[in-house]
Design a protein around this ligand. Structure first.
Ligand SMILES: [Zn+2]
Length: 352
């Protein structure tokens, strides 16, 4: 049922998890380095997703807008034009004021064919990526907004294709352009942490739910049994590398309780890797890719994911090749992080 809702086959899901499982051990040296930077022997569950590097650098909203427009234009003039319109027509509510919640989202209005973005722009380096991410959603909507409503209805696993792509374009450029070593390392670490989330945390949830449904056939499970299944899944997904796990994760995570969407986990990893694979293509193909990219987004609401990939990328998602390339691209920042943090955290990164 969750596969149907995401319009993908079991073979695709397995090919994806296979590639992830084969390569994610490359995150383990990051865990070791991070433990060193944090002055501990071995990371625990609660350390893993906290960045070890923090940048105090700040960028103004106008600087961010200019930077995003420049970077979008390198990949797609169309995407840049839509983003320019969003800035000029004030589609974005980004003010940083007390009591406003963090995070961002983008919503679209079918009649006016416009989007609106809500986020808090504090100027932190990661905010530029968030703003690009939300503009990616707006661009996705823009590409499909003249289609009939039913053909605009893309599944969850494709919903983050355009946003993740836009974010990656801008974050990679920011890593390249910044002159501050701490900011560079902090941005790279954010990309590494994405891999930890999508390859380990999300996979642990998937393994847990698989084991849970299997065990539930023979009757209700006690708290102890649920805890045990949870820790087993976490140990497997994190390669037994952590000092402590989170047995009650099943109780604290909302996603396990969304009854109309079981396995509310793998679409995240799919979306991340699908988009990363497209980004790898865009880098390889240069300017000619923009047209194909728009065509691909246009079909996200009216094809299965396998048809979409076959028609617009010429790949078979049930085979390992596409996933291998995507995992490889996603893991590239790990080596950069290890290289740049070899002598400890860059100067200027104190405990403030
Ligand atoms: Zn998003």
């Amino acid at each position: 049922e969750p596969l149907d809702e995401n319009r993908m086959s079991r073979a695709t899901l397995e090919a994806m998890w296979d590639a992830v499982t084969r390569h994610r051990h490359r995150l383990l040296p990051y865990f070791e380095r991070k433990a060193q930077l944090m002055g501990s022997e071995r990371l625990a569950w609660y350390d893993v997703h906290v960045p070890a590097i923090r940048s105090e650098a700040r960028m103004t909203y106008d600087e961010a807008a200019t930077f995003i427009l420049e970077q979008f234009a390198r990949f797609s003039p169309d995407m840049a034009a839509l983003a320019r319109r969003a800035f000029e027509e004030r589609w974005i509510e980004a003010e940083d004021r007390p009591n406003k919640r963090a995070g961002g989202f983008c919503t679209s209005f079918p009649v006016s064919r416009q989007s609106r973005i809500f986020m808090t722009f504090s100027g932190a380096p990661s905010n530029v990526g968030t703003l690009a991410h939300e503009l990616g959603h707006a661009y996705h909507q823009h590409v499909i907004d003249d289609l009939p409503p039913l053909a605009q209805n893309y599944p969850m696993n494709l919903a983050e294709t355009a946003s993740t792509f836009a974010e990656r374009v801008v974050t990679d450029a920011a890593i390249h352009h910044t002159t501050d070593p701490t900011t560079r390392l902090a941005l790279i670490e954010q990309q590494v942490l994405d891999c930890v989330s999508f390859f380990m945390n999300i996979h642990a949830r998937f393994l847990f739910e698989t084991a849970f449904y299997e065990a539930r056939r023979s009757g209700p499970l006690s708290v102890e049994e649920l805890n045990r299944l949870m820790v087993d899944a976490q140990r497997r997904a994190y390669h037994d590398a952590l000092a402590e796990y989170h047995p009650h994760f099943w109780a604290s995570k909302l996603h396990f309780y969304i009854t109309e969407a079981p396995f509310y986990n793998f679409p995240y990893t799919f979306g991340f890797l699908f988009s990363t694979g497209i980004y790898a293509r865009a880098l390889a193909e240069g300017a000619g890719f923009a047209r194909r990219y728009a065509d691909l987004l246009r079909d996200t609401g009216r094809m299965t994911t396998e048809e979409l990939a076959a028609r617009h990328l010429g790949v078979d998602l049930t085979r390992p090749d596409f996933w291998e390339e995507a995992v490889e691209t996603a893991l590239a920042p790990v080596e950069r992080f290890l290289e740049l943090s070899a002598g400890g955290a860059p100067a200027g990164n104190g405990d403030h």
